[in-house]
Design a protein around this ligand. Structure first.
Ligand code: PRP
Length: 219
């Protein structure tokens, strides 16, 4: 084994994974990149588990908390959507687009009511910063109504004129009578890295980035 490879194998890397919609695809991609978690560990309720090689430790956290764990160095790396990173102000490196969970951050309204709002636009969202930036840049006065889920209900029940939310298949919008009127950003899963870990665990981090790059490219 080359010295660089030995060093890469000697550092334990902690990876924060977003629980929920991204978790399965992230684990499948990591497995293709030679980072495998056994089924029994995954089936358990433990929130921190090691991979089969003992070189990686995973912590499963809410998506919005992934950049927090990585910025503070509790996790060396993280896997999280670009949507979450756009909303976060965490100072982390983003070396790799993992091309998983591809979706869009979009503005949506009730179908047939595309120009109903008069005066201040009420915008319901889980992404208050993204929404404020988007409408602020256009000079549109908005009242941001922050929700933590089921955002599509807000225009249906009259709480908001529109929403800023993630659209993947478009099924949730369609089933609630909403349509996209503007796409704000494309999103997909990203590998993020703590700035200090990128230097101090350079060999191990590069090893992971290279393995995942190959997995993304399907090599
Ligand atoms: C997300 C998002 C939309 C939905 C979009 O919600 O906020 O509601 O998925 O997916 P689709 O376009 O494939 O229908 P999530 O499932 O994360 O749950 P939440 O509403 O509780 O945030």
């Amino acid at each position: 084994m080359e010295i660089a490879e030995k060093v890469a194998h000697s550092s334990l890397i902690t990876i924060a994974l977003a629980k929920g919609r991204m978790q399965d695809e992230a684990l499948r991609l990591l497995a293709r990149g030679d980072v495998r978690v056994n089924a029994a560990s995954l089936a358990s309720r433990r929130l921190a588990i090691e991979d089969e090689s003992g070189r990686y430790r995973f912590v499963f956290v809410k998506p919005a908390d992934v950049p927090v764990y990585v910025e503070h160095g509790i996790a060396d790396c993280g896997v999280v959507g670009r949507d979450v990173l756009l909303e976060s102000d965490a100072d982390v490196l983003q070396p790799l687009n993992l091309n998983i969970n591809c979706c869009r951050l979009a503005v949506a309204r009730r179908a047939g009511n595309e120009s109903e709002a008069i005066g201040m636009l009420r915008v319901a969202t889980k992404y208050p910063r993204v929404a404020a930036r988007h409408f602020g840049a256009r000079g549109v006065p908005v009242e941001i109504i922050e929700l933590s889920g089921s955002v599509e209900l807000a225009p249906v029940l009259g709480l908001a004129d529109c929403i800023v939310d993630l659209v993947e298949t478009g099924k949730t919008l369609a089933e609630n009578g909403l349509v996209v009127c503007e796409v704000i950003a494309e999103s997909s899963g990203r590998l993020i890295v703590n700035r200090a870990s990128y230097q101090l665990k350079a060999a191990a981090v590069m090893h992971l980035i290279e393995n995942l790059s190959r997995a993304v490219e399907g090599v």
